[in-house]
Design a protein. Structure first.
Length: 186
C-alpha cells in the first residue's frame, strides 16, 4: 500500500533557507510570550480575588445566614408562644347578672316612603339540574417544592453539553488548520 502524506508541504519548508524559518519562529515566539503573559496575569488576578475578595464575600454570606437563622428562631418562638397560648385553659366567663335598666325617653324613627323595586325571582333549580350544570369541585393542588439535589456522583445538567463540546472541538480544529495554512503562506 502506498503511504499517504498528510503534510507534504512541510518538507518543502525545511528545504528552504533558515532565514525564513527564523522570522516565522520569531512571530510564533512572540505569540507564545503574549499568551503566556496573559495566562500569568489571569493567575495573578485569580490569586488576588481569592486572597482579598473571597473572604469578604464569605463573611457577608455568613452574616446574612446568621440574620436569617435569628429571624427563623424568632418566628419559631412566636409560633410556639401562640400555640401555647391557644392550648392554655381559659377562664370560663361568668354570665352577667340581670340588672334592670331604667327606660329613657328616646324618639323612635319614623317610617319613610321608600320605593321598592320588584324583580322576577329566578326559578329554583332542582338538584338534577344542578348536577347537570356541574358543581364546582374542590381539589387539592400540589405544593411547589424545591428541585431535588442530584445524588452523590451524579452529573448536574448544567454547563457545556456533549453537542456544545463537539462543536467547540471542531471549531478549534478548524482554527488550528487555518492558522497552520496562514503560517505556511507567509
Amino acid at each position: 500500500m502506498a503511504e499517504i502524506e498528510f503534510f507534504p508541504e512541510e518538507e518543502e519548508i525545511e528545504e528552504e533557507g533558515h532565514e525564513e524559518e527564523k522570522s516565522s519562529n520569531r512571530a510564533f515566539i512572540i505569540i507564545v510570550a503574549v499568551l503566556g503573559g496573559l495566562l500569568a496575569l489571569a493567575i495573578c488576578a485569580f490569586g488576588v480575588w481569592m486572597i482579598v475578595l473571597a473572604p469578604r464575600i464569605s463573611s457577608t454570606v455568613a452574616e446574612q445566614n446568621q440574620m436569617i437563622a435569628a429571624t427563623n428562631e424568632a418566628i419559631l418562638a412566636a409560633a410556639n408562644a401562640t400555640a401555647t397560648a391557644l392550648a392554655a385553659p381559659t377562664a370560663t366567663p361568668v354570665p352577667p347578672t340581670a340588672t334592670p335598666v331604667p327606660p329613657t325617653d328616646t324618639p323612635r324613627p319614623q317610617p319613610t316612603n321608600t320605593p321598592v323595586v320588584v324583580t322576577e325571582a329566578p326559578a329554583t333549580a332542582t338538584p338534577e339540574a344542578a348536577a347537570q350544570a356541574g358543581t364546582p369541585t374542590v381539589s387539592a393542588t400540589a405544593t411547589p417544592r424545591a428541585a431535588a439535589t442530584p445524588a452523590a456522583g451524579a452529573v448536574p445538567k448544567t454547563g457545556i453539553g456533549a453537542l456544545s463540546a463537539g462543536v467547540l472541538g471542531v471549531g478549534l480544529l478548524f482554527a488550528l488548520l487555518l492558522v497552520r495554512r496562514a503560517r505556511r503562506a507567509a
